[in-house]
Ligand binder design. Sequence first.
Ligand code: FES
Length: 146
Amino acid sequence: MAAAQFVTIGQLAKRTGVAVSALRFYEEKGLLDPIRTGGNQRRFLRGDIRRVSFILIAQKLGLGLAEIEEQLAGLPHGRNPTVADWQKISRGMRSQIDAKITLLNRTRNQLDQCIGCGCLSLTKCQLYNKDDKLGLKGPGPRAVLD
Ligand code: FES
């Protein structure tokens, strides 16, 4: 049996694990655009489950609400997005995701080493960052950020 095309806010909350209040907040911010029934109840497209799931993933990736809004603006309103619609977003985010992977890898590999922050407080700092030469590249933990 085919799944219903529309879901209630309660069904959307249950399936995504996102509170009804948060879904209303996303609606206020324009991230979701449900239709209204004659009785003024919200009905969401099943595709909105994927939209909310994208928001959850994007938040875990560290994207702010404004950035998420910008990404979702590329999706159509009033119909479920197609694979091609999602591919546009995926292509647009690839470089951001790659940059985050690089930062996570550097952090994982370097956090217990000298991170080039200018503190010179570890024995290894004199080896990796003698006289704080990394500070010439700018502020912050240069060994991780560069
Ligand atoms: S950890 Fe700060 S300069 Fe090495």
